[in-house]
Ligand binder design. Structure first.
Ligand SMILES: Cc1cc2nc3c(=O)[nH]c(=O)nc-3n(C[C@H](O)[C@H](O)[C@H](O)COP(=O)(O)OP(=O)(O)OC[C@H]3O[C@@H](n4cnc5c(N)ncnc54)[C@H](O)[C@@H]3O)c2cc1C
Length: 427
């Protein structure tokens, strides 16, 4: 019977290497050079390149790409096990060549790009010689793509893009903008005339595209293929976020336990107070459930496809933000005043939970998707009462048991006696 939660020893060695590398090399780098990958200083860059070479030598670079897309083809489950380590270290995704929003853009470029497009953009993105951003959401509405208005109109041998995009993460510092138009996804170099980045918000940019002219070969995938490409891009992104969220929740949980054992109040270590114990026990169970659900979904994606796992990916998406919110809140509470400061990662973690509930689509939209898809497997009952109505069940049971009673009259008499006895008791 194939039902196994173990990790094969060979892959466990890789995971152990990643854990050590993150603790010894990645974490210190982050505290000294936050966003090291983007630091222009050549000395820092050289140091970062050395670290990245170590990752490449281990065959762990750009793990998110499937084999047919030119990656190592690790699959989602193994990627989940890797990401639950990387997610604890803010600098790790970039040092492993697996940071959003580049990952999603590279995935659609690898899947739908022409050879020429891959050469021009995928290779430098993979090598982090270029960075990209994804411009989909618009100021008038993000949840419903039918409200998007940005459009590319063909004019001779160029596309002309007009529209306005909102919350393009890292758009300001990107070399390439993947712009979702109503009629396709287009790759726009950021410095193209007509691309205007508004001063606010600083990190997730409002970008106005006015008569932005790009050559015809900057269309990615088929014309009118925006929805399909976006689904592919976001499906993968959501599960990868969820994997890294396990790491965040684990860190909050570890901190909660350490602190609970370290503080005294009202004559006891606080871990001995039942309300603290409740937080620890509930958080433990929530973390286990989230982890199992994410990894099971990743496993299912490996057996089928992201498309076939849409219900679970959507359910994982809103579950992760809730579990992160609840565990980080309890961890913060157990740290008392210290938890409210920026001297631990908890405040940031708790503040990021509502963000997680909106980025990659509002949780409500995913909940609607889940409910709609789950309900496809159900039908309304006939009449006034549900199928599990106990009088119906009893009637059906007598009918089903009748052939047995026919050959076993003693059992039939016993059943009759029981029926009468129970009816008498009810009166
Ligand atoms: C940190 C972060 C990074 C992001 N990065 C990017 C990026 O790189 N590129 C990009 O294009 N976008 C990005 N986004 C934008 C994100 O995709 C949108 O914020 C998201 O799709 C929701 O759109 P909106 O903000 O316009 O909310 P709206 O669509 O205005 O929705 C607001 C609220 O209305 C409710 N609601 C909406 N629809 C429904 C419904 N059908 N049922 C029930 N309730 C509903 C929900 O409460 C929802 O939160 C990012 C967002 C965040 C927070």
């Amino acid at each position: 019977m194939a039902w196994d939660f173990s990790t094969d020893p060979e892959f466990q060695e890789k995971l152990d290497w990643i854990q050590r590398f993150c603790e010894e090399r990645v974490e210190p780098l982050h505290h000294i050079f936050p966003h090291a990958v983007r630091v222009p200083d050549p000395v820092v860059r050289a140091y970062v390149r050395d670290l990245q070479q170590d990752v490449k030598d281990q065959g762990l670079w750009a793990l998110f790409l499937d084999e047919e897309l030119g990656g190592p083809g690790l699959g989602q489950l193994k990627l989940g096990l890797v990401n639950e380590i990387l997610g604890r270290y803010p600098a790790a995704p970039q040092l492993f060549g697996a940071a959003a929003p580049d990952t999603g853009n590279m995935e659609i470029l690898a899947a739908y790009g022409t050879d020429e497009q891959k050469k021009r953009w995928l290779e430098p993105l993979l090598a982090q010689e270029m960075f990209s951003a994804y411009s989909m959401t618009e100021p008038q509405g993000g949840s419903d793509p039918r409200l998007f208005k940005t459009v590319a109109v063909r004019d001779g041998d160029e596309w002309v893009i007009n529209g306005s995009k909102w919350f393009t993460s890292a758009g300001r510092v990107a070399d390439l903008l993947f712009v979702m138009c109503t009629n396709g996804i287009f790759i726009v170099p950021r410095k193209t005339p007509g691309v205007e980045i508004m001063p606010e918000p600083r990190n997730h940019n409002h970008i106005i595209y006015t008569d932005v002219r790009i050559p015809l070969d900057h269309l990615l995938g088929p014309e009118d293929g925006a929805h399909i490409l976006a689904q592919r891009r976001l499906g993968g992104g959501r599960i990868h976020h969820a994997m890294r969220t396990i790491a965040q929740c684990t860190m909050a949980f570890d901190m909660m336990c350490e602190r609970a054992l370290s503080r005294q109040s009202h004559g006891a270590v606080i871990s001995e107070h039942q309300m603290v114990q409740e937080k620890i026990a509930e958080s433990y169970a929530k973390l286990k459930m989230l982890r199992l659900y994410v990894l099971e979904t990743a496993w299912k994606m490996d057996q089928t496809s992201a498309q076939e796992c849409r219900t679970d990916i959507a359910a994982v998406k809103f579950t992760m933000s809730r579990v992160l919110r609840e565990i980080s809140f309890d961890a913060l509470q157990i740290h008392g005043a210290l938890g409210t400061t920026d001297l631990t990662p908890l405040q940031d973690m708790y503040a990021s939970a509502p963000t997680m509930g909106i980025a990659d689509g509002a949780d409500e939209v995913h909940k609607s998707t889940v409910a709609r898809r789950v309900l496809r497997d159900y039908e309304p009952h006939e009449g006034d009462f549900p199928r599990e109505f106990i009088p119906y069940k009893k009637e059906a049971a007598w009918k089903k048991m009748q052939p047995i009673f026919d050959v076993n009259p003693e059992l039939a008499e016993a059943a009759q006696r029981w029926k009468e006895f129970r009816e008498k008791r009810r009166r």
